[in-house]
Design a protein around this ligand. Structure first.
Ligand code: GDP
Length: 361
């Protein structure tokens, strides 16, 4: 059986050979005690008191595909909503290896040191829990994971991006109601997930590192345009001069971009998650942005637009689910799909036939 410890890159604690416990073979051992079912009000009360166990269980309901769980989750969210909205929401992206988890640990420990309560969430639509998705492996944030003021939750397991993003957004609501005043949402810097994260955070932080040759190559313009701040990690030791060159390149590149709607000019900073140099300045930048956008009212404007976006996203997701979960449609889909593949019917005609059938029901 594969075990993470067998991986050569595994850095966590490992069990020494020969001292593992033998498996439990007692046939009389009771099956796992079933969790007590809580009522919606008990969940809400627990969350508002900052009870992490109930918060975790409520997030599990949010993530569940079961209709009764969803119904309960929605009721809990509805009751938590009046207590939310007061946190700082920070999106963090960067290619694998840029140092996202090291940085979240460094930023997080800094913030907790200043009295903040931090929830760390993730969006990784490609992940499956078993594959050690981002945040799935808690050993990646060893210090943060044991802090009473930090709550770390891995990405909801694989699903459509819209579904995964919706669940994360709802989890933000629950975390805020539980008293977390700072929310990090991590995502891998590849694909569409940045857009989803961007649509639920106040500040979008892009983590970059120095590389060989043209630093700006391979970075999608769209991601740079979304960034409210670009930070160059691993500015330590021999790498400091290179990091500064990269910083200048990004500053120059950003000059070519039109001024953002917020009026904020995205700063480019260097830091090291390893030594902690520059970490405080990165967090100060985020607070400066908050003050700036609250003063010019962009902050509220952006949150309002995000709320509207999520209304439409929820509608889209539910319509899609309702359609695809319809037993009759599922059978018809199979038939029509085969016909399209065999070139017996056009894709448009097939889609039309399916939709006509759906709306007749
Ligand atoms: P992620 O894939 O973006 O989450 O990146 P990780 O946080 O796992 O970091 C990738 C690698 O870069 C690891 O080997 C880290 O030890 C290393 N790393 C992260 N931050 C720094 C830093 O500030 N300085 C140095 N020298 N290495 C770092």
């Amino acid at each position: 059986m594969h075990h993470p410890e067998d991986d050569p890159s595994y850095k966590g604690l490992s069990v020494q050979k020969g001292i593992e416990q033998p498996p439990i073979v007692n046939p009389y051992r009771k099956a796992k005690v079933k969790k007590r079912a809580y009522t919606v009000d008990e969940y809400v009360e627990g969350i508002l008191k900052g009870d992490r166990v109930l918060l975790s269980q409520a997030v599990t309901l949010v993530e569940s595909a079961r209709a009764d769980h969803q119904e309960m989750a929605q009721a809990i969210i509805e009751k938590c909503l009046p207590y939310t909205g007061h946190s700082i929401r920070l999106g963090i992206t960067g290619v694998p290896g840029a140092g996202k988890s090291s940085s979240i640990e460094a930023f997080g420990m800094h913030l907790i040191g200043t009295g903040k309560k931090l929830a760390v969430l993730a969006i990784d639509p490609s992940s499956e829990r078993s594959k050690g998705s981002i945040l799935g492996d808690k050993t990646r944030m060893e210090q943060l994971a044991v802090q009473p003021d930090a709550f770390i939750r891995p990405s909801p397991s694989a699903g459509s991006l819209g579904g995964v993003a919706r669940k994360t957004r709802e989890t933000i609501v629950l975390c805020e109601a539980a008293g977390f005043d700072t929310i990090f949402v991590e995502t891998v810097g590849v694909g569409q997930s940045e857009t989803a994260v961007h649509s639920m955070v106040d500040f979008f932080l892009l983590i970059q590192i120095t590389g060989g040759g043209d630093e700006l190559q391979g970075i999608k313009r769209g991601i740079m345009e979304m960034a409210d701040g670009i930070v160059i990690n691993k500015a330590d030791g021999d790498n400091i001069p290179k990091a500064q060159v990269t910083q200048t390149q990004y500053r120059n590149a950003l000059h070519l971009f039109p001024l953002s709607e917020s009026g904020w000019k995205p700063p480019v900073l260097t830091y090291s998650a390893k030594t902690g140099d520059g970490v405080a300045a990165v967090m100060d930048m985020v607070y400066e942005y908050m003050a700036f956008t609250k003063q010019n009212n962009f902050f509220n404007h952006k949150r309002a637009l995000q709320a509207r976006y999520w209304m439409y996203e929820s509608i889209n997701e539910q319509l899609r689910n309702h359609f695809y979960h319809n037993k009759h449609i599922q059978a018809l889909l199979e038939k029509k799909e085969a016909q399209v593949l065999n070139d017996e019917i056009s894709s448009f005609a097939a889609a039309q036939a399916l939709l006509d059938d759906y709306f007749k029901r």
